[in-house]
Structures are given as C-alpha cells and as structure tokens.
Design a protein around this ligand. Structure first.
Ligand code: BF8
Ligand code: SF4
Length: 634
C-alpha cells in the first residue's frame, strides 16, 4: 500500500513528484484538515443566521438548542436539505443552459450547433407530449425546448414537472403526489426550500426533509432534460473503445484536458481539435490529444471516445505530468488549486463560464454564438504553451487501461434487443428470475479523501461482481473503474461470478461488437444518473412491480458533492436502497438519521445506509438484493 491515500499507481507516482517539487496537493490538504470538528462532522453546527455558528452543547444550560431555539433535528435537517438545494441548482442550471442553446438551435440562431440525433428528438417529443406527426423537425425541437425551459419557470403549484411525470411510472408518480413532494417548477422548489430553511421558518424535521425531497425531484428533471437535450444536440452514446489513466497523456502531442460538467463548449473543442491537427504539427507536436477529467470527461468519452485522464481527487496530478498544455474547465468539481499546480509548469488553465473563474487563470467566456472561435483560440493557446514545455519536467506514468464505454440506455437496449427484440429489458429481468444474476447495482458519485481515493469504488465493484450483480456506473465512480482497468472484458474474466460471466457471454455473443463488453456499463456523467433511473424504472415496468420491489441498489462509495446528496435523496424517493461510503452529517440527530435510514423505507421503499467499510457495504448490498420483494410482488 502506498504512503498516499490512493490505490492508483499513476497517482502515486505523481504524488511522489509533487512531493519532490514541494507542491502540496489535495491529499496533503485533506491531512491538514484532520481532526475534523465533531459539530460540523455530525451536522449539528448551524450557520444559517449571523447569530451563529450555533452548536448543540447538551451539557450547558440552554446549550441544547441554537440561540433561536432550533433543536438538533431542525439544524441537521436544514443542513442536509441545503446540500440538496445546492446540488439540484448545479445540475439544473447545467440543464437550463443546454435548453437555452437547444432553443436557439431550433430557432436557427446559432451556427456551431445542430440537431444530431433526430430519432432521440422524436422519442423525447413523443414522451413529453409534443405533437410530431407531419411536423418540421425544428418546430418539434422548439416545442421541446420551450417545455424544457418551462420546467424552470413554472410557478403554478398545481402543475407537475413534465420530466418527472412522463419518465416515471404511475405508481411512483402517485407516491410523489401522496407525499406532497411532486414539484411543479424547478426554480420554485429550490427557492421554496431556501425559504423553508431560513431562520425561524420550518422547525419540523420531517417537513423539512419532504421539502428537500421535492427539490431532489427537481434535480431529476434538471438532470434528465440535460441528458436528453445533450444527446439530441451531440449524439447519444454508442459503445466506444478507448483508454484511461494518466498514460493517456501523450509526450509528443499537445495535451488538452477537458474538465468540469457542461458539454456545450467541450464538445465543440473536440470538433475543433479534429480540424487543427495540422496546426499542432506545424508547432512540432504529433497532433492534438484531448483527455477528460470528471463529468465533462465522461460526456466526451460517451460520445467521442475521448480517453479519461483521471477523476476528481487526482485532477491536480494530471498537471504534475509536466505534459498538460492546457486544462479547459467549465463548472463544478474543479479544484481552484489547479491554477497553483499549473504555476509549477507551463500549463494554461482556461476557465470558460461566467460563474466560474479562478484568479490568475485565462478566461475565454463561453458564448454560444462564437463557440467554435473560442474552441479554436483555446487550442491555439495550448499549442503556444506546448512550445514552452520544459521536456525535462515531463514525466508521464506509463499506465493506461482499456475502456469500453458509451452505454446510453439506447446502446444497452440495442444489445438486449438482439436477444429479445420485443422486450429488451426482459433480458435482464429473466436473468434475475433464473438466478443467474442477483440484481443490478449502480455505482455512482465522487471521490472523498476522508477515505482512500478509489479504494471503495473498486473494492465494491469487485465484490458485487463476484456475487453476480450486474453493474452500471456513472460519474467519478465510472472513472475510478476505468482507471483501475475494471471497465473492459478482461475484468469480467477476472472478477465476475459464474452467473454474471454467463450473462455477459450471452450478451457478447449477441452484441457482435469488436470489443468484449466490460465488467460494468458506463452510462455517463452524473446528470446521466437519469439514464440509470430509467433503467430501474424499465426493470420495474418489465417485472410488473413497484420500483421499491426490484432487486436494484445504488452505491456512492466515496460521495462528496452537494450534487451527490441530491442524487442520493431522489434515489431514496424512487425506492432505491442507497449506500453512502462516508458517514453522513445526519448522525448528529438520531431522529433525522432514523428518518433517512429507516422510516424512509416505510414511506418510499428506498433508504440510505452509511457504511465506510467497502467489504461490509458490499455484503449488505448483496443481502438487500436478496431481500427485495419482487418475487412476492410479481
Ligand atoms: O458530477 S462524481 S466529484 S465530477 S459530483 Fe464531481 Fe462527484 Fe465527480 Fe461529476 Ni458527480
Ligand atoms: Fe443559531 Fe438559529 Fe441562527 Fe442557526 S438559525 S445560527 S441555530 S440562531
């Protein structure tokens, strides 16, 4: 085991290099933060008003409540749902930006974007109730865009979010109505939640949590429409073979990392890079090489086969290779410290969104009217930087693993349909009914340096595979598996149990792809957890049972961001048992902790459980899959 908290060999090499040059990474900073404050760690520190921070100090007279009288349960509930508000705002604003550009494409106002996947446009239009018969594509697209934007603007509380009701089954929709968590407008539910959790508004923890769940469902709508509209604009993922880990950075090429979440600019950078290979060659490079980090990386991996450099916790280390000429970032999960790391080298950090700047970084404001111009300018900046690269400082770990990715739900259906053309999802549910596989697990979410980078992700994947659990993955979890060499056919041979091996063999025989199917199916970025939920809903529909009865579990083995909290919360509302590999800051209130880990199951069928130990967590997940009620409910 390395002296660093990572299992990634390439990362270990780069951490050695960081140490050598005296650069303190996120791994050092995580250490410096220990020991953590118990109040913050358990959720009983309130900073909602300026009288705070108030902590729960039960031994002091008057100390068992905040200055305003808020009890531990109110404070913990408020803190928790404010994470959801932050996460849902981030996902949804990403979705809204795509929808705005989508509208302008439909109106013929932008030249650098077009409708790429008309089949998906038709499917989405039909699903959300837009008339398609005999109509012009652009008119249909415009109606879809207007409906998407209306999801944000709706203030009539009697309305329901289209992207929830039309993509969930009726049982779940009714559950959302009965529990008063069906949102009407995305912005409205987020604003309401911030209002609800202002000082002196809601003190009832259960009511606060339900407000949080309503915001979490808004997050689903934001994610789902982001996925749908991105697919229509840029194409829906099909299986691709590429590679992952820092070895994807090439010493002889101009290397540009695409990092963040929103594909609007990065997708155009991919197109521009194809056109600008000669310019790079004229500068003495062998061409332009794009690599991805975090979810922007996942977006361009799914659609364009761009290799993965690394994931969240190790983003600074891509710069430590000394061969990263530019890192282009948009929004979310970008460490401000990449700029400091870049100062040790020739690397240019380019921010691109008006709400995301880093002091000292270049800023090329993204503007949909000039997306291609910006993309080309960025690539030229990288080419210039390449000329100043100090070859003596270049040290790229010789580590790269084959990755088979690109599994949109459509891509998976295309494979399943070769076995069962009428009912593709029956391929999965039949294998479950036959006992060949135990169920399905979605491995999602971030890195969190409270634990060891990528250890929980990869351990849980291996344990579940051994137990014949079919694996789906998104976000940094998917990247962890890719970096570690688990996202290819070899990994099936190494780690899958006998049943899962048979299942994969049948799919492989039918799929007729040039590469063998991987141990887990990479379904995309974190907004693409919408694809994962569609998978689960299709399973429930196929089995003819409620979502809460299907053998389906979710795990965020190293959850970190507010978005992960939002995703976890809606998974619970959808009936999914949801493992989180860090102890959540709900434990400061027994009541709130019991609501989200126990009572939630009575109401929604889904629940959270916190388990930092990867082996124990996997064992519990297998147990849960075996306990699920589908056999009795069918
Ligand atoms: O949206 S998994 S660290 S990169 S938040 Fe961020 Fe977490 Fe990675 Fe993607 Ni998702
Ligand atoms: Fe303290 Fe209440 Fe203000 Fe929170 S809202 S900081 S508990 S006074």
């Amino acid at each position: 085991m390395s002296e660093y908290k990572t299992i990634d060999v390439a990362a270990t090499q780069m951490l050695d290099k960081a140490k050598e040059i005296g650069f303190l990474t996120t791994f050092d900073r995580a250490k410096a933060q220990e020991p953590r404050c118990t109040f913050g760690n358990t959720g009983i520190c309130c900073r909602i008003c300026l009288q705070g921070p108030c902590r729960i100090l039960p031994k002091k007279p008057g100390g068992n409540k905040g200055v305003c009288g808020a009890m531990d349960y109110t404070i913990v509930a408020r803190n928790t749902v404010r994470y959801i508000a932050g996460g849902a705002a981030a996902h949804s604003d990403h979705g809204r930006e795509i929808a705005e550009t989508f509208l302008h494409v439909a109106e013929g106002k932008v030249k650098d974007y077009k409708i790429t996947d008309t089949d998906k446009l038709m499917r989405v239009a039909k699903q959300i109730g837009v008339e398609t018969e005999g109509r012009d594509i652009m008119a249909i697209a415009k109606d879809v865009a207007m409906l998407a934007l209306q999801e944000f603007a709706e203030v009539d509380e009697s309305k329901e979010l289209t992207w929830i009701t039309k993509f969930s089954n009726e049982t779940r929709n009714q559950k959302f109505r009965d529990t008063t968590i069906m949102p009407s407008g995305i912005n409205l539910s987020l604003a309401k939640l911030l209002h609800q959790t202002h000082i002196g508004v809601d003190a009832d923890p259960v009511n606060i949590i339900f407000g949080g769940l309503k915001a979490a469902l808004s997050d689903v709508a934001g994610e789902h429409l982001a996925t749908d509209l991105s697919d229509i604009l840029f194409g829906t993922g099909v299986p691709v073979v590429t590679e992952a880990n820092l070895g994807a950075i090439k010493a002889d090429k101009v290397n540009i990392a695409l990092h963040g979440h929103n594909p609007l600019l990065s997708q155009v950078v991919v197109t521009a890079a194809k056109e600008m290979q000669e310019e790079a060659k004229a500068a003495g490079a062998a061409g332009v090489n794009l690599v991805g980090i975090c979810c922007t990386g996942n977006e361009v991996l799914m659609r364009e086969g761009v290799p993965i450099a690394t994931n969240f916790s190790t983003q600074e280390l891509a710069i430590m290779t000394g061969a990263m000429d530019a890192m282009v970032v948009d929004v979310q999960c970008i460490m401000p410290s990449i700029r400091t790391a870049a100062e040790c080298f020739h690397t240019k950090i380019v921010t691109t969104m008006p709400i995301m700047k880093i002091p000292g970084a270049y800023h090329f404001a993204f503007d949909e009217q000039h997306a291609m111009d910006s993309a080309k300018k960025i690539i030229r900046l990288a080419i210039e930087a390449f000329k100043n690269r100090d070859k003596d400082k270049v040290c790229i770990p010789n580590i790269r693993n084959t990755v088979v990715a690109g599994f949109s739900l459509e891509a998976m259906y295309n494979i399943f349909k070769k076995i069962n053309p009428e009912s593709p999802m029956k391929v999965v549910t039949d294998a479950i009914a036959a006992g060949e596989i135990k169920g399905v697990a979605a491995l999602i979410g971030c890195n969190n340096l409270k634990g060891t980078h990528d250890f929980n992700h990869t351990t849980i994947a291996q344990e579940l595979a051994k137990n014949d659990v079919l694996l789906l993955a998104t976000g940094c979890s998917a990247q962890a598996h890719a970096l570690a060499g688990l996202m290819n056919g070899e990994a099936v041979k190494k780690y899958a149990g006998e049943g899962l091996k048979k299942f994969h063999a049948r799919l492989n025989a039918a799929a007729g792809l040039t590469a063998e199917l991987p141990l887990m199916f990479h379904m995309g970025s974190c907004v693409d957890n919408s694809r994962v939920q569609d998978f689960a809903t299709a399973m429930a529909n196929e089995m003819g049972v409620d979502n809460a009865d299907i053998p389906f579990v979710v795990s965020a083995p190293e959850a970190m961001s507010e978005k992960a909290v939002a995703i976890g919360a809606w998974n619970v509302a959808y009936g999914n048992p949801t493992h989180v590999g860090v102890i959540a800051p709900t434990v400061g209130s027994q009541l709130v902790n019991d609501v989200v880990t126990k009572i939630a199951e009575d109401v929604f069928g889904g629940f959270f459980f916190w388990e930092p130990d990867a082996h124990k967590a996997s064992a519990r997940m297998v147990e849960i899959l075996e306990e699920r009620n589908w056999k009795n409910a069918m």
